[in-house]
Write a protein that binds this ligand. Structure first.
Ligand SMILES: [Zn+2]
Length: 83
């Protein structure tokens, strides 16, 4: 007997998956294809993650900082030689 109520979950949309172990409904795209309670893989496999979730966002942050540094360098040089 599961302690999770599954009767209220009928009619979920297609992006939800039902864990066969504990009857818990979850969205595999937010849990990396695994049940958040027991870690069981989603039935049928998880859907592919969106592009922004597949990318390592730390590299995006580093690229943003590098770009911002170049802009600040250009601004400082421009104002220095313009004066
Ligand atoms: Zn589970």
């Amino acid at each position: 007997m599961s302690s999770v109520d599954t009767t209220a979950s009928v009619g979920r949309s297609d992006d939800y998956a039902l864990c066969p172990e504990d009857g818990f409904w979850f969205r595999p795209s937010y849990t990396e294809g695994r049940c958040p309670l027991c870690g069981e893989a989603a039935p049928g496999g998880g859907p592919p993650l969106p592009l922004l979730r597949r990318l390592d966002r730390s590299w995006l942050g580093l690229a943003g900082l590098a770009l911002e540094s170049l802009v600040m360098l250009a601004l400082v040089l421009f104002l220095y030689f313009r004066a």
